[in-house]
Design a protein around this ligand. Structure first.
Ligand code: AFP
Length: 292
Protein backbone atom coordinates (compact mmCIF):
# COMPACT_ATOMS: atom_id res chain seq x y z
CA UNK A 1 0.00 0.00 0.00
CA UNK A 2 1.47 3.37 -1.04
CA UNK A 3 1.82 5.84 1.85
CA UNK A 4 0.56 9.00 0.15
CA UNK A 5 1.94 11.13 2.98
CA UNK A 6 5.52 9.91 2.61
CA UNK A 7 8.16 12.35 1.32
CA UNK A 8 8.63 10.11 -1.76
CA UNK A 9 4.93 10.28 -2.64
CA UNK A 10 4.92 14.02 -1.99
CA UNK A 11 7.77 14.37 -4.51
CA UNK A 12 5.87 12.25 -7.06
CA UNK A 13 2.68 14.27 -6.57
CA UNK A 14 4.61 17.54 -6.84
CA UNK A 15 6.20 16.45 -10.12
CA UNK A 16 2.79 15.36 -11.46
CA UNK A 17 1.29 18.78 -10.69
CA UNK A 18 4.34 20.61 -12.06
CA UNK A 19 4.29 18.51 -15.26
CA UNK A 20 0.88 19.90 -16.12
CA UNK A 21 2.30 23.43 -15.83
CA UNK A 22 5.37 22.42 -17.89
CA UNK A 23 3.10 21.02 -20.61
CA UNK A 24 1.08 24.26 -20.79
CA UNK A 25 4.30 26.29 -20.63
CA UNK A 26 5.74 24.66 -23.78
CA UNK A 27 3.60 27.07 -25.78
CA UNK A 28 5.79 30.02 -26.78
CA UNK A 29 8.98 28.35 -25.54
CA UNK A 30 9.81 26.18 -28.54
CA UNK A 31 12.84 28.28 -29.39
CA UNK A 32 16.49 28.03 -28.46
CA UNK A 33 18.38 30.42 -26.20
CA UNK A 34 22.01 31.53 -26.45
CA UNK A 35 22.82 29.28 -23.47
CA UNK A 36 24.16 25.74 -23.21
CA UNK A 37 23.60 23.10 -20.54
CA UNK A 38 26.58 21.58 -18.65
CA UNK A 39 26.79 18.91 -21.37
CA UNK A 40 27.33 21.62 -24.00
CA UNK A 41 23.87 21.28 -25.60
CA UNK A 42 21.92 24.39 -26.65
CA UNK A 43 19.05 25.06 -24.27
CA UNK A 44 15.49 25.79 -25.33
CA UNK A 45 13.37 28.28 -23.40
CA UNK A 46 11.28 25.24 -22.41
CA UNK A 47 14.31 23.57 -20.76
CA UNK A 48 14.97 26.61 -18.56
CA UNK A 49 11.28 27.19 -17.78
CA UNK A 50 10.70 23.57 -16.72
CA UNK A 51 13.90 23.43 -14.68
CA UNK A 52 13.03 26.59 -12.74
CA UNK A 53 9.52 25.28 -11.98
CA UNK A 54 10.81 21.92 -10.73
CA UNK A 55 13.56 23.51 -8.63
CA UNK A 56 11.08 25.95 -7.07
CA UNK A 57 8.43 23.32 -6.30
CA UNK A 58 10.72 20.48 -5.15
CA UNK A 59 13.06 22.56 -2.98
CA UNK A 60 10.15 23.27 -0.63
CA UNK A 61 9.12 19.62 -0.18
CA UNK A 62 9.90 18.29 3.31
CA UNK A 63 12.49 15.56 3.08
CA UNK A 64 14.15 16.82 -0.11
CA UNK A 65 17.78 17.73 0.59
CA UNK A 66 19.00 18.26 -3.00
CA UNK A 67 17.67 19.06 -6.46
CA UNK A 68 19.81 18.64 -9.57
CA UNK A 69 19.09 18.66 -13.27
CA UNK A 70 20.63 18.19 -16.69
CA UNK A 71 20.13 21.92 -17.22
CA UNK A 72 22.19 23.29 -14.33
CA UNK A 73 25.84 22.85 -13.37
CA UNK A 74 25.39 22.85 -9.61
CA UNK A 75 23.23 20.95 -7.14
CA UNK A 76 20.54 23.02 -5.35
CA UNK A 77 20.75 22.67 -1.56
CA UNK A 78 17.12 22.35 -0.39
CA UNK A 79 17.76 22.03 3.33
CA UNK A 80 16.82 19.10 5.60
CA UNK A 81 16.01 15.54 4.67
CA UNK A 82 17.85 12.76 2.88
CA UNK A 83 16.19 12.61 -0.57
CA UNK A 84 17.90 13.95 -3.69
CA UNK A 85 15.83 14.52 -6.83
CA UNK A 86 17.63 14.41 -10.20
CA UNK A 87 15.65 15.45 -13.26
CA UNK A 88 15.78 15.94 -16.99
CA UNK A 89 13.09 18.64 -17.02
CA UNK A 90 12.26 18.32 -20.73
CA UNK A 91 13.73 15.28 -22.45
CA UNK A 92 13.56 15.54 -26.22
CA UNK A 93 13.40 19.33 -26.69
CA UNK A 94 14.82 18.93 -30.21
CA UNK A 95 11.34 17.55 -30.95
CA UNK A 96 9.75 20.88 -29.96
CA UNK A 97 10.07 22.67 -33.35
CA UNK A 98 8.34 19.72 -35.04
CA UNK A 99 5.80 19.38 -32.18
CA UNK A 100 6.61 15.75 -31.51
CA UNK A 101 6.39 13.84 -28.22
CA UNK A 102 8.76 14.53 -25.32
CA UNK A 103 8.89 13.97 -21.57
CA UNK A 104 10.16 14.77 -18.09
CA UNK A 105 12.40 12.23 -16.35
CA UNK A 106 13.16 12.03 -12.62
CA UNK A 107 14.99 9.87 -10.11
CA UNK A 108 14.58 10.05 -6.33
CA UNK A 109 17.80 8.99 -4.58
CA UNK A 110 18.17 8.38 -0.84
CA UNK A 111 21.78 9.58 -0.94
CA UNK A 112 23.72 12.76 -1.78
CA UNK A 113 24.34 13.30 -5.52
CA UNK A 114 26.08 12.12 -7.57
CA UNK A 115 24.92 8.64 -6.55
CA UNK A 116 24.74 5.17 -8.13
CA UNK A 117 21.37 3.88 -9.28
CA UNK A 118 21.35 1.43 -6.37
CA UNK A 119 20.60 4.49 -4.17
CA UNK A 120 17.32 5.14 -6.00
CA UNK A 121 14.11 4.68 -4.00
CA UNK A 122 11.82 5.74 -6.85
CA UNK A 123 11.97 6.93 -10.45
CA UNK A 124 9.55 7.92 -13.15
CA UNK A 125 8.72 9.90 -16.24
CA UNK A 126 5.95 12.04 -17.63
CA UNK A 127 5.13 11.56 -21.34
CA UNK A 128 3.57 14.55 -23.12
CA UNK A 129 1.75 12.49 -25.74
CA UNK A 130 -1.78 12.59 -27.13
CA UNK A 131 -2.59 11.99 -23.46
CA UNK A 132 -0.21 13.11 -20.71
CA UNK A 133 0.77 9.99 -18.78
CA UNK A 134 3.13 9.31 -15.89
CA UNK A 135 5.02 6.10 -15.14
CA UNK A 136 6.34 5.66 -11.58
CA UNK A 137 8.51 2.84 -10.21
CA UNK A 138 8.69 2.40 -6.45
CA UNK A 139 8.34 -0.38 -3.87
CA UNK A 140 9.10 -3.03 -6.50
CA UNK A 141 6.26 -2.11 -8.85
CA UNK A 142 5.56 0.22 -11.77
CA UNK A 143 2.31 2.21 -11.97
CA UNK A 144 0.96 4.16 -14.95
CA UNK A 145 -1.24 7.24 -14.45
CA UNK A 146 -3.14 9.60 -16.72
CA UNK A 147 -2.73 13.29 -15.83
CA UNK A 148 -5.75 15.42 -16.69
CA UNK A 149 -7.56 18.35 -15.12
CA UNK A 150 -5.16 18.44 -12.19
CA UNK A 151 -6.01 14.80 -11.38
CA UNK A 152 -3.68 11.76 -11.44
CA UNK A 153 -5.58 8.54 -12.22
CA UNK A 154 -4.15 5.01 -12.14
CA UNK A 155 -4.65 3.36 -15.54
CA UNK A 156 -2.27 0.40 -15.12
CA UNK A 157 -0.70 -1.01 -11.98
CA UNK A 158 2.11 -3.56 -11.77
CA UNK A 159 3.27 -2.68 -15.31
CA UNK A 160 5.68 -5.31 -16.64
CA UNK A 161 7.67 -5.34 -19.87
CA UNK A 162 6.30 -8.00 -22.28
CA UNK A 163 8.48 -11.10 -22.62
CA UNK A 164 8.21 -11.13 -26.43
CA UNK A 165 10.11 -8.10 -27.85
CA UNK A 166 8.43 -6.18 -30.66
CA UNK A 167 10.22 -2.84 -31.18
CA UNK A 168 13.74 -1.45 -31.24
CA UNK A 169 15.29 2.00 -31.52
CA UNK A 170 18.92 3.17 -31.33
CA UNK A 171 20.37 6.66 -31.06
CA UNK A 172 23.43 8.05 -32.76
CA UNK A 173 24.21 7.50 -36.45
CA UNK A 174 25.07 4.11 -37.99
CA UNK A 175 28.55 5.30 -39.15
CA UNK A 176 29.34 6.47 -35.59
CA UNK A 177 28.39 3.16 -33.94
CA UNK A 178 31.18 0.77 -32.89
CA UNK A 179 31.67 -2.31 -35.07
CA UNK A 180 30.47 -4.53 -32.19
CA UNK A 181 27.22 -2.60 -31.76
CA UNK A 182 26.64 -2.46 -35.52
CA UNK A 183 27.03 -6.25 -35.62
CA UNK A 184 24.50 -6.64 -32.79
CA UNK A 185 22.00 -4.43 -34.63
CA UNK A 186 22.45 -6.34 -37.88
CA UNK A 187 21.84 -9.72 -36.23
CA UNK A 188 18.65 -8.66 -34.44
CA UNK A 189 17.33 -6.85 -37.53
CA UNK A 190 17.83 -9.97 -39.64
CA UNK A 191 16.42 -12.34 -37.00
CA UNK A 192 13.05 -13.34 -38.47
CA UNK A 193 12.13 -15.16 -35.25
CA UNK A 194 12.31 -11.80 -33.42
CA UNK A 195 10.45 -9.81 -36.12
CA UNK A 196 11.38 -6.48 -34.52
CA UNK A 197 10.04 -3.19 -35.92
CA UNK A 198 12.08 0.02 -35.87
CA UNK A 199 10.50 2.66 -33.61
CA UNK A 200 12.79 5.65 -32.93
CA UNK A 201 11.60 9.19 -32.21
CA UNK A 202 14.56 11.24 -30.95
CA UNK A 203 12.94 11.58 -27.52
CA UNK A 204 14.08 8.84 -25.17
CA UNK A 205 10.90 8.86 -23.08
CA UNK A 206 8.73 8.26 -26.13
CA UNK A 207 10.92 5.36 -27.21
CA UNK A 208 11.16 3.92 -23.68
CA UNK A 209 7.39 4.01 -23.29
CA UNK A 210 7.05 1.99 -26.51
CA UNK A 211 9.57 -0.58 -25.23
CA UNK A 212 7.80 -0.80 -21.86
CA UNK A 213 4.42 -1.19 -23.57
CA UNK A 214 5.29 -3.53 -26.46
CA UNK A 215 8.57 -5.16 -25.38
CA UNK A 216 11.89 -4.63 -27.13
CA UNK A 217 15.06 -2.60 -26.72
CA UNK A 218 16.17 1.04 -26.69
CA UNK A 219 19.79 2.14 -26.70
CA UNK A 220 21.92 5.20 -27.04
CA UNK A 221 25.19 3.29 -27.30
CA UNK A 222 28.85 4.17 -27.03
CA UNK A 223 29.94 5.91 -30.24
CA UNK A 224 33.35 5.82 -31.93
CA UNK A 225 33.88 9.51 -31.14
CA UNK A 226 32.00 9.43 -27.82
CA UNK A 227 32.74 6.21 -25.88
CA UNK A 228 30.33 7.27 -23.09
CA UNK A 229 27.48 7.86 -25.54
CA UNK A 230 25.18 10.86 -25.09
CA UNK A 231 22.76 10.25 -22.21
CA UNK A 232 23.43 11.26 -18.62
CA UNK A 233 23.71 8.65 -15.84
CA UNK A 234 22.11 10.64 -13.00
CA UNK A 235 19.20 12.16 -14.92
CA UNK A 236 18.43 9.56 -17.63
CA UNK A 237 20.34 6.28 -17.30
CA UNK A 238 19.67 5.54 -13.64
CA UNK A 239 15.96 6.51 -13.59
CA UNK A 240 15.20 4.62 -16.82
CA UNK A 241 17.29 1.64 -15.74
CA UNK A 242 15.43 1.55 -12.41
CA UNK A 243 12.02 1.68 -14.12
CA UNK A 244 12.79 -1.02 -16.70
CA UNK A 245 14.41 -3.33 -14.12
CA UNK A 246 11.46 -2.83 -11.75
CA UNK A 247 9.18 -3.80 -14.68
CA UNK A 248 11.11 -7.07 -15.14
CA UNK A 249 13.52 -6.02 -17.89
CA UNK A 250 17.23 -5.28 -17.85
CA UNK A 251 19.53 -2.30 -18.22
CA UNK A 252 23.20 -2.25 -19.23
CA UNK A 253 26.10 0.09 -19.92
CA UNK A 254 27.31 -2.67 -22.24
CA UNK A 255 28.54 -5.02 -19.54
CA UNK A 256 26.66 -4.41 -16.29
CA UNK A 257 23.43 -2.93 -14.92
CA UNK A 258 23.30 0.85 -15.22
CA UNK A 259 22.38 0.94 -11.53
CA UNK A 260 25.82 -0.48 -10.63
CA UNK A 261 27.77 2.23 -12.48
CA UNK A 262 29.71 4.37 -9.98
CA UNK A 263 29.43 8.06 -10.93
CA UNK A 264 32.48 10.34 -10.86
CA UNK A 265 30.70 13.56 -11.81
CA UNK A 266 27.12 14.85 -11.66
CA UNK A 267 26.94 15.12 -15.45
CA UNK A 268 28.63 11.82 -16.37
CA UNK A 269 27.38 10.33 -19.62
CA UNK A 270 26.82 6.56 -19.95
CA UNK A 271 26.14 4.16 -22.83
CA UNK A 272 22.50 3.28 -22.22
CA UNK A 273 20.81 0.01 -23.26
CA UNK A 274 17.48 -1.05 -21.74
CA UNK A 275 14.68 -3.46 -22.57
CA UNK A 276 13.60 -7.09 -22.62
CA UNK A 277 16.04 -9.34 -20.78
CA UNK A 278 16.78 -11.66 -23.74
CA UNK A 279 17.86 -8.73 -25.93
CA UNK A 280 20.08 -7.11 -23.28
CA UNK A 281 21.66 -10.49 -22.52
CA UNK A 282 22.25 -10.96 -26.27
CA UNK A 283 23.79 -7.47 -26.58
CA UNK A 284 26.20 -8.07 -23.68
CA UNK A 285 27.11 -11.44 -25.18
CA UNK A 286 27.94 -9.85 -28.54
CA UNK A 287 30.01 -7.04 -26.99
CA UNK A 288 31.86 -9.47 -24.70
CA UNK A 289 32.60 -11.93 -27.52
CA UNK A 290 33.93 -9.18 -29.77
CA UNK A 291 36.04 -7.62 -27.03
CA UNK A 292 37.96 -10.93 -26.79
P1 AFP B 1 17.32 16.68 -26.62
O1 AFP B 1 16.67 16.84 -25.27
O2 AFP B 1 18.47 17.60 -26.84
O3 AFP B 1 16.35 16.65 -27.75
O4 AFP B 1 18.00 15.22 -26.59
C1 AFP B 1 17.12 14.14 -26.42
C2 AFP B 1 17.97 12.98 -26.00
O5 AFP B 1 18.70 13.30 -24.86
C3 AFP B 1 17.12 11.74 -25.78
O6 AFP B 1 15.83 12.01 -25.38
C4 AFP B 1 17.13 11.08 -27.12
O7 AFP B 1 17.00 9.67 -27.02
C5 AFP B 1 18.47 11.47 -27.69
O8 AFP B 1 18.86 12.68 -27.05
C6 AFP B 1 18.34 11.71 -29.16
O9 AFP B 1 19.64 12.05 -29.59
P2 AFP B 1 19.87 12.21 -31.16
O10 AFP B 1 19.16 13.50 -31.52
O11 AFP B 1 21.35 12.27 -31.31
O12 AFP B 1 19.23 11.00 -31.83
Amino acid sequence: MIDTNSPIETVVATIARTASEIHQGLVGRRVTTDDENPSGETQFKADLFADELLADRLSSVDGVAQYASEERAEIVDCGGGTLAVAADPVDGTSNLPSNNTMGTVFGIYDAPLPAPGTALVAAGYVLYGPITTMMVARDGTVTEYELAGGERTVVRDDVTIPDDPAVYGFGGRVPTWTDDFREFVRTIEMDEALGLELHYSGAMINDINQVLTHGGIFAYPALEDSPEGKLRLQFEGNPIGYIIETAGGRSSDGSTSLLEVEPTDLHDRVPLHVGSTELIDRLEGTLAADSG
